[in-house]
Design a binder for this molecule. Sequence first.
Ligand code: HEM
Length: 190
Amino acid sequence: MSTATNTARRPRDTGRPTLPARLRRAVLTVHVISSVGLLGEVWVLVVLTTVAARDGDTEFARTAYRLLSVLVFAGGIPLSLTALATGLVLALGTRWGLLRYVWVFAKLVALVGVIAIGAALFAPEELAVADGLTASRQWGQTAAVTAQAVLLVTATVLSVHKPRWRLLPRHRDRPSGSRQGGATTRSTEP
Ligand code: HEM
């Protein structure tokens, strides 16, 4: 049996099957591209909403909000849904689990927060055609996307550092004394 096959069938210390190594790498690649791409897109929203609110030129602001609306539909929505779907597959398909570690669950909460803020508070298409384009309304949009950026930066930091704080106590999700590890994942998996 090849090494790749061995690592694909890692010890099942939770009793659940885990993703084969190649599939896990492929999903992880899509996850990193979509989630960090989402952070880049949100940063563009922060910059453009700030410029639109500061500029004082209503026509310029309306054009910016029209552009932002396109960015949200072509970038933000598909990227956030892809990051969510791949994140769930990685959490449930590896020994990280969804509820075992604080960092995984916190990222789920962060991404749901980003999506909720976008759905409830960010409405560039409305501002593009609004009669009264007040400063407070415009700065409100900047505040909403800045909150999204903070959540995504936090999620990225958590992903890189993976603090070992547990959400579930060890005995709840794994037989006591079971060994961990897998040749390709020992340094990054719990
Ligand atoms: C909020 C936006 C998110 C960002 C910016 C983000 C970013 C990342 C990054 C950069 C990695 C690679 C870390 C590494 O390999 O060292 C990663 C891995 C991971 N992410 Fe996310 N993520 C996000 C959302 C989520 C969500 C919502 C979940 C779960 C529901 C999740 C679960 C995971 C898991 C389990 C891994 C480890 C995969 C593995 O090692 O096989 N992520 N994430």
